[in-house]
Design a binder for this molecule. Sequence first.
Ligand code: C5P
Length: 247
Amino acid sequence: MSTAGEGTLQKMQRAHYSPPWANTSIIGIAGSSGSGKTSLSLAINSSLSLPWVVILSMDSFYKPLTPEQSQAAFRNEYDFDSPEAIDFDILVERLRDIKEGKKAEIPVYSFEKHSRLERTTTIYSPHVLILEGIFALHDERILDMLDMKIFCEADADVCLSRRLVRDVRERGRDIEGCIKQWFAFVKPNFHKYVEPQRNVADIIVPRGIENKVAISMVSDRIHKTLVLKSKMHQIELKRLGKVAEDL
Ligand code: C5P
């Protein structure tokens, strides 16, 4: 029942709290390392105020390294900024499972070890999945599954300084190594592979979480998509019921 003065947004939100939710809406957020993709994902998540939103980082899908590759990684001489470094096949498989309402086991990645851990985490068909990563808008198969494509933009010097602080504080790195990796791989591959994803984005968000207008536009749009999907789902259920009656 609708209450007096209730806003459209609240009505939309109430319309489909009906798990399990097949056909999860997937939002892709790409952008440079240090551009604020994770913060933007968290801001969109809190502005959505839906119960079942999951943020999935593409970092979970870095390929396992050979012993030689691992040694190069510890010398900051391994290229983690080429799409070759990501296991897109597994990622696509997991996203398809999630879209179909199946649960998906997600690898847990350690930046300190440059490898996956033994354990995994499980995702159970959310309403919305936010896929964030430098290559979130790179693979055609993933683009086909996305309901919204976002490119997160920030100045290169902002990205570099954020990355330095984070990698030293949280990823067990030293400044010299970070700078070496930035100029050898991160910066050139940004221009080669990451930046071109702007061309397939629906929305380019400058200034990340400071950009309140963009965040509220994104969350309004997601609510509308969910309401539409919910209505189509109900029509389909009615149609199936009718078919069963006719048999
Ligand atoms: O979180 P963010 O988008 O910055 O993560 C992607 C970055 O992580 C890439 O630019 C890559 O250079 C870095 N990376 C790393 N060591 C790894 C895996 C990825 O420095 N083992």
